[in-house]
Write a protein that binds this ligand. Structure first.
Ligand code: CO8
Length: 377
C-alpha cells in the first residue's frame, strides 16, 4: 500500500537586497584601473615576456555574453578600490550576530510575515548557500535563536543548487511529519569569494539573501500558497566550476591569495554541458508528474546567464519564450548563486491563478540540478 502524505505548501518568501549597486560601468572602470596599475608595476617583466599584460574588461562584452547589467553588494568601496578589489567587512565578536545570519534573519522575517507566521512557529531552519562564513556553530542555529524558533537547524551547501536541495529536505521533513514548518534561507555573500581581479568572471556575481517558508497546507493561513507537487535532485561530478578554499589550506602551506582559493570556472564548457542536462532534468521531472513542459505556466530558472536560460526554455517549449514564461532577474541582481531562482519566484508569481503550475529550477557547480514543481492554490 502506498503511503499517503499531507499536501505541503510554500506559504511565504522573503528577500534581503543589499544597499549598494555596482553598475557594469563602475565595475569595468575599477577593473581597468587595477589592470593599468598592475601593468605599470610589472612593466619590465611584461616587456621581457615573463608575464602577460592584463587586458581591459568591457561593458559591451559583459552585457552581450551574460545579460548582467548591475549587481547588489553589501560593501562597495573595497570592491571598487583598485588597490584592494574585494569587500571590506568589519570583524564581529563572538557575542554579535554574524553577517550571514543577519541578512538571513532579515529575509526570514519578511517570509514569516508573508506566511502569517512568527519565529515560534518554525521547528526547523536550513541555512543553505554556496559558501559558509564559518565551520561552526552552524549559522542555521544562530538564525534559529535570533528568530525564537524551536526544533533544530543545520547548514548545507550544494553551490548554486543549495536552495532547491534545501527545499527538498524541507518538503520531505514536512510531509513525513518530522517537522511542521520549515524555514529555508539562502544568504549568498558572493562578493567575498568572487575574484574581482579576473576579467573572465569579475562581472558574474552579486550579494543577496532569500527565505522560503514550507509547511503543511492544513496549517497555512496566508493567501499566497503554492503546493509542492514534487522535487527532483541530481548531481554529476565536474571540476568546471570550482573553489579550493577550505580548512586544509593552512596545513598545505597554500598562499592565501592563490587563484584557486576563490571562484573559478570554464564558463563556456559549463554553458554547453549544463543546458542540455537542465532541460532533460526538468522534462523528466515533469513527465513523472504527468505534465508536459508546455503545460507549465512559468519557469523560475537559475540566473547565471541569459543565453543559458533561453536555450533551456527553447529545448523545453520549442520556441523563443519571453519573460512571461521564464522571467529574468539577473540583469538587476547578476548571478546570486543559489538565490537566483528564488528571487525570480519571489518577484514574478503574483499574476498566476489558482491551478497554474510552475517550476523552480537551479543548475550549477557540482554539477548539481534541483527542480521543484509547484501549483498555485
Ligand atoms: N571583457 C572583455 N572581454 C572578455 C571579458 C571581459 N570582462 N571576459 C572574457 N573576455 C574575452 C575572453 O578573454 C575571450 O577572448 P578570446 O576569444 O580572445 O579568448 C572572449 O571574451 C570570449 O570569452 P568566453 O568564451 O569566456 O566568453 P563566453 O561567451 O563563454 O561568456 C560567460 C563567458 C558569461 C562566463 C559564459 O561562459 C557563462 O555564463 N557560462 C556559464 C557559466 C555558469 O553558469 N556558471 C555557473 C557559475 S555559478 C555556480 O555554480 C555557483 C558557484 C558558487 C558561487 C560562487 C560565488 C563567487
Amino acid at each position: 500500500m502506498q503511503a499517503s502524505f499531507p499536501a505541503v505548501v510554500i506559504s511565504g518568501t522573503g528577500l534581503y537586497r543589499p544597499p549598494h549597486v555596482i553598475t557594469n560601468t563602475e565595475l569595468v572602470e575599477a577593473f581597468n584601473r587595477y589592470a593599468d596599475l598592475q601593468n605599470a608595476q610589472h612593466a619590465e617583466a611584461i616587456a621581457a615576456g615573463e608575464r602577460k599584460a592584463l587586458t581591459h574588461s568591457s561593458v559591451e562584452f559583459i552585457e552581450k555574453a551574460s545579460g548582467i547589467k548591475q549587481r547588489y553588494v553589501i560593501e562597495k568601496e573595497g570592491v571598487l578600490d583598485p588597490t584592494r578589489m574585494y569587500p571590506r567587512f568589519t570583524p564581529r565578536g563572538d557575542d554579535e550576530i554574524s553577517l550571514m545570519a543577519e541578512i538571513a534573519v532579515d529575509a526570514a522575517r519578511q517570509a514569516l510575515s508573508a506566511a502569517g507566521k512568527t519565529g515560534a512557529d518554525i521547528d526547523a531552519v536550513l541555512c543553505s548557500s554556496a559558501n559558509m562564513q564559518r565551520a561552526y556553530p552552524a549559522m542555521a542555529v544562530e538564525i534559529q535563536q535570533a528568530l525564537g524558533a524551536g526544533g533544530y537547524g543545520f547548514d548545507m551547501n550544494v553551490a548554486c543548487s543549495s536552495a532547491t536541495f534545501a527545499l527538498e529536505q524541507a518538503f520531505n521533513a514536512v510531509r513525513s511529519g518530522a517537522s511542521k514548518c520549515v524555514l529555508v534561507v539562502n544568504p549568498e555573500i558572493t562578493s567575498a569569494h568572487l575574484e574581482w581581479r579576473d576579467r573572465d568572471c569579475h562581472f558574474i556575481f552579486g550579494d543577496v539573501c532569500t527565505a522560503v517558508i514550507v509547511e503543511r497546507a492544513d496549517t497555512a493561513t496566508g493567501d499566497d500558497q503554492w503546493e509542492i507537487l514534487g522535487t527532483q535532485l541530481a548531481t554529476q561530478f565536474s571540476s568546471n566550476i570550482r573553489n579550493n578554499f577550505g580548512f586544509m589550506n593552512r596545513a598545505e602551506d597554500r598562499d592565501p591569495d592563490a587563484r584557486d582559493l576563490t571562484f573559478y570556472q570554464e564558463g563556456r564548457k559549463v554553458f554547453k554541458e549544463v543546458v542540455p542536462m537542465a532541460a532533460a532534468h526538468i522534462e523528466a521531472h515533469l513527465g513523472k508528474l504527468g505534465l508536459a513542459p508546455t503545460q507549465v505556466r512559468r519557469y523560475w530558472l537559475h540566473q547565471a546567464n541569459q543565453g543559458m536560460n533561453q536555450f533551456v526554455i527553447k529545448k523545453l517549449v520549442g520556441a523563443d519564450a519571453g519573460s512571461e514564461v521564464a522571467p529574468l532577474i539577473l540583469d538587476e541582481y547578476a548571478n546570486t548563486a543559489s538565490a537566483g531562482s528564488i528571487i525570480a519566484f519571489h518577484h514574478h508569481h503574483a499574476d498566476l491563478k489558482a491551478g497554474d503550475t510552475g517550476v523552480i529550477c537551479s543548475f550549477g557547480a557540482g554539477y548539481s540540478i534541483g527542480s521543484v514543481v509547484v501549483k498555485k492554490r
